[in-house]
Design a protein around this ligand. Structure first.
Ligand SMILES: Cc1cc2nc3c(=O)[nH]c(=O)nc-3n(C[C@H](O)[C@H](O)[C@H](O)COP(=O)(O)OP(=O)(O)OC[C@H]3O[C@@H](n4cnc5c(N)ncnc54)[C@H](O)[C@@H]3O)c2cc1C
Length: 349
């Protein structure tokens, strides 16, 4: 049962959550708040604060074990352990929807930790292969020790790419903050030269991405195009949603042109249904069949629309996150839609 009175020890978290929500809601109903969250304004203060919170080890320590936050996180995560994620993948498969599994974690500081992450994913791939699940995996290079030992990280990714191919699965490489882009793309190119079943994420908000895409296209790459989830300076990334959406569409069209020539695997990782509609219209114009490109979304977001797209013949995958290290990831999910803070507050009172 929830306590009638919120304990004093919750005070800091309540203040933070209410402040964040208040920045969005001072004079608005929840529907107005939601509309504002998707408006064309440059990055809101709430989003900036949440992205800053995602980098705070102190805040993670304060909030991670609070029951109200754990309840709120469940909306985006079937559970902290792998069996829960595999169970969700089985349920999605029954609906004709594939999945992508990712263990939460980033920026490990010790090689042994990175090796445990590699071994965990090897186990995931073995289970996916044995159960013939339509599931792929997605990894963060800093979770595999990119900051600690780049050569060992590359070797681990090669091992995972081979295991993914053996399991009939696929290995995706996430894109993290802009300071990791060069290293991520370099590593991707090395792995891609030896393995086919590996792809990388590109972020439309980065001003450099059109050039990065151009450099990757000769490799007949698999690209997951997303808007971008981190707090980047305006010199690196477009601050306004309108500019990010426009950049996304241009990149999507370049990818679709390659798909039309069977020279790329294109994945559109977005919940922006207006954008998905426009991408699909471009595909039709380019005579790219709906079954030739994919839409990937996150677990718990836009679930009815995921099913509708799958019914219309668009291959859909859901990225399922699991693990105990969810705080930074969850803060980024809140930042994507600061009105989500309301769900946290509701779990608190
Ligand atoms: C499969 C997948 C993989 C990703 N991989 C990466 C990666 O490797 N690197 C990276 O930087 N980013 C990654 N992202 C996150 C991405 O960059 C965006 O931050 C995120 O997808 C939100 O942007 P959007 O495209 O959905 O559009 P938005 O314009 O942000 O949202 C469009 C609409 O979708 C809904 N929505 C979006 N986010 C949420 C949310 N959190 N809660 C509730 N509703 C929401 C809202 O209704 C919103 O109006 C990934 C996203 C997906 C779907």
């Amino acid at each position: 049962m929830r306590p009638r009175h919120v304990r004093a020890s919750h005070r800091n978290s309540i203040i933070l959550m209410i402040q964040l929500y208040h920045h969005q809601t001072a004079d608005a109903t929840p529907s107005v708040v939601a509309a504002r969250a998707v408006s064309c304004r440059p990055m809101s203060l709430a989003r900036r604060l949440l992205l800053r919170a995602s980098r705070s080890a102190w805040l993670a320590g304060q909030l991670r074990d609070r029951a109200f936050l754990r309840r709120a996180v469940r909306r985006f995560m079937p559970g902290e352990e792998l069996p829960a994620a595999l169970g969700a993948a089985v349920e999605l498969a029954a609906l004709g929807i594939g999945s992508v599994l990712t263990q939460l974690g980033e920026q490990v500081a010790a090689r042994g930790e990175a090796a445990r992450v590699r071994d965990h994913y090897l186990d995931v791939l073995a289970q996916v292969g044995a159960r013939r699940l339509p599931a792929e995996i997605s990894v963060k290079l800093t979770h595999l020790g990119l900051d600690v030992d780049r050569a060992a990280c590359l070797a681990d990714v090669q091992v995972l790419a081979r295991a993914a191919a053996d399991a009939g699965s696929f290995l995706w490489i996430d894109m993290e903050e802009s300071r990791y882009v060069d290293a991520t793309l370099e590593l991707f190119r090395s792995v891609r030269s030896a393995h086919e079943r590996v792809g990388v994420c590109l972020q439309a908000y980065l001003r450099r991405t059109p050039a990065d895409l151009g450099a990757l296209l000769p490799f007949a790459p698999a690209i997951r195009l997303v808007k971008g989830a981190y707090n980047e300076p305006a010199t690196m990334a477009y601050p306004s949603k309108r500019d990010v959406d426009a950049a996304y569409l241009v990149l999507a069209e370049r990818l679709l042109e390659r798909v039309a020539r069977r020279e790329a695997r294109a994945v559109f990782g977005t919940h922006d249904l207006a954008l998905v509609k426009r991408v699909r219209e471009r595909a039709t114009t380019l005579r790219v069949a709906p079954g030739s490109y994919e839409v990937h979304m996150l677990y718990g977001i836009r679930s009815p629309e995921q099913r509708a797209l799958a019914r219309e013949g668009v291959p859909v995958r859901v990225l399922i996150s699991y693990g105990t290290h969810w705080f930074p990831w969850y803060m980024r999910r809140l930042a994507e839609r600061p009105a989500n803070v309301w769900f946290v507050v509701r779990n608190l009172i």
